[in-house]
Structures are given as C-alpha cells and as structure tokens.
Design a protein around this ligand. Structure first.
Ligand code: NAP
Length: 296
C-alpha cells in the first residue's frame, strides 16, 4: 500500500528530530525537515532523502510555509526563550493549513505549579495544543541519556559526574528511542489523541548506579559527586549556558530530588515494539563521547 503523506519534523537537526526524520523515511514517508540553518547536519538530512527547509519557529510566515501540505507534524522547540510564541505560531498555521495531527515535545516536569519557566511553559503549550482541532499527543520524557555526555568529566583516567541530584532516581531515555516513538505516533495518530505519555528508559537508577553502569562499560572508575544547586548553577554560568536554561536546570534539580523524574513504564516498547536502550547500551554506542570532558 502506498502512503504518500508528508510529515513535518521541526528541530530536525536536534537530538530527537534527526532520528524522527530517519525513522519516518525508513517507514517510506515523505519528510519535510525544518532546520534553523544549513550546515553539515542539514546536508545529511537532505542526503537521507528529506526535503530540508530553513525556518525560524519564531517567525509566523516561516511556520506558515513549513506546514503547507503536511499531514502530521513533530513539534519540538529547544529549552530557550520563545516556546509559547513558537507554539502559538504552529497552532495557528497548522489549523489554517488543515494539518491533521501533531506529536509535541514536552517534558515530565511540565505542570502548572512548576518553578522552572521552561517546564511551566511546556504545560501551557500542551493546554494550547489541546484546544486545537488537531489529533494531539504530548511527549513527557524524563532526562535524556544524552545529558550524561554533557555533565561528563574525565581526567587522570577516572570519570566524574558532579550534579545536584542527591539520591533522586530516573531511567535515562535515549533520543533515538524517542524518535521511533514519534514516527510511530505520526504514522498512526488516532489512538493517541490527547494522550500525554511519560517516556522512560528501561531501568530507574540513582546517579551512583548510573556512574557504576558507565564504569562497567568504560572499564575505569567513575564517581558521582553530589553538589548543591547553587554550585551547579554557577558551573553552568561559567560554561556559558543561557540564563533561561540555567533557571530551568536549577529548578528541575529540586524536582529531580523530589521524585518528579522517577519511574519507568512500557510506553516505548508498547508503541514501537522494541525495548528502550539501557544506559550501558547507550555508553557502548557512544564511547567516544566519554573520552574527554562533557560537551554542551
Ligand atoms: N534534554 C532532556 O533531558 C529533556 C528532557 C525532557 C524534555 N526535553 C525537551 O526536549 C526538547 C528539545 O528536544 P531535542 O533535545 O531533541 O532538541 P535539541 O537537540 O535541543 O535541538 C533543537 C533544535 O532546534 C533548533 N532551533 C533553535 N531555535 C530555533 C528556532 N527559533 N526555530 C527553529 N529551530 C530552532 C536548534 O537549532 P541549532 O542546532 O541550529 O541551534 C536545534 O537544532 C525541549 O523542548 C525539552 O524541554 C528535554
């Protein structure tokens, strides 16, 4: 059976977007990949068979062009200022264009009472999309496994994770697993309308256990060193993280300690038919990312 539906993937050069483009192409769909700029990543998407469009989600005219002729869209905006503007643009343009479905990236900490501006904006963005006529599915992942490569520090033959997460727990989820979920939901949106799915990896761990898992794969000692939120925030400022992201990470660290990111479930396996990736498998597949210091 031919399926010539066109799907839009926003943030297509990002962690979940890139894999979503690939997974949709693998399913034989046509894909419009929206990127913020042309570079090596956008050229790879084009080479894989996507129609690459440079667009700014903060520009209504750009978003109007993006959604033309689209059946379903993955809507994703990074943890930067502007999420609500981008969501309003998407909701209006997609409605005008008759887009049928959206899978929207949110996060597990999205709630009305969140102290993180980004988390509260995600909750508002969810409510706005729920008011459209689109078949709408929200993704609420816990912390991505990819963060481990950002926080990672390796020197004198040992690895270090210096984080303000106390003894809190989560089951890290990879972007690739989420990408497969996104493609499956876009392919068959109806059963998932108005669902908000928490997305977890397979095993809930605290950071001592995560350090142990990384150590087991790399064959070097790895230490988790709990630090205060204040020290963590100061480190992020030193590393040049934008204030919006520093504010977010400081507040979700408290959420994390309070169990907001904890848990695991079978959503990834139920939707994709494939068990999610473990921390050990992630480290093995990304060993070079653990060779030196963390990357932003
Ligand atoms: N990381 C986590 O642990 C975690 C956990 C739960 C939820 N989330 C959610 O995941 C989302 C981020 O997903 P991700 O990690 O897959 O994305 P990502 O890797 O952060 O990529 C975002 C992409 O969006 C592009 N972009 C930035 N501003 C744009 C604009 N104005 N218009 C169009 N594109 C723009 C960026 O372009 P450039 O590359 O050119 O800058 C980048 O390629 C966020 O909403 C976050 O809340 C993350």
């Amino acid at each position: 059976m031919t399926d010539d539906r066109l799907f839009l993937v926003t943030a297509a050069a990002g962690k979940t977007g890139t894999g979503a483009v690939e997974a949709l192409l693998d399913r034989g769909h046509r894909v419009r990949a929206a990127v913020r700029r042309e570079d090596e990543r956008s050229r790879r998407l084009a080479a894989a068979g996507a129609e690459v469009v440079v667009a700014d989600l903060l520009d209504l005219d750009d978003v109007t062009r993006l959604v033309r002729g689209v059946s379903g869209a993955y809507f994703c905006y990074p943890i930067r200022e502007g999420l609500l503007d981008a969501t309003v643009h998407f909701a209006q343009a997609a409605t005008e264009a008759g887009v049928r479905s959206v899978v929207a990236m949110s996060q597990i900490s999205a709630r009305r009472e969140a102290r993180s501006h980004a988390a509260r904006q995600h909750w508002l963005a969810e409510r706005l999309l729920d008011r459209t006529g689109l078949l709408t599915t929200h993704l609420r992942p816990t912390l991505f496994a990819e963060w481990l490569t950002t926080w990672w520090d390796r020197h004198d033959g040992e690895g270090h994770l210096r984080l303000p997460f106390g003894d809190g727990r989560h089951a890290p989820i990879t972007a690739a697993d989420q990408s497969r979920v996104i493609a499956a939901l876009l392919h068959d949106p109806e059963p998932h309308d108005r669902a908000a799915y928490a997305l977890h990896g397979p095993v809930e761990m605290n950071h001592h256990e995560i350090a142990g898992a990384i150590s087991g794969v790399l064959g070097i000692p790895v230490h988790y060193e709990p630090i205060s939120v204040e020290e963590f925030s100061a480190t992020l400022v030193d590393r040049g993280f934008p204030p919006h992201l520093v504010q977010h990470l400081g507040h979700i660290a408290v959420d994390y300690r309070n169990g907001v990111f904890a848990g695991t479930n079978d959503v990834v396996e139920t939707i994709t038919g494939r068990a999610p990736t473990s921390v050990e498998e992630f480290v093995l597949a990304n060993k070079s990312a653990f060779d030196g210091e963390g990357v932003s």
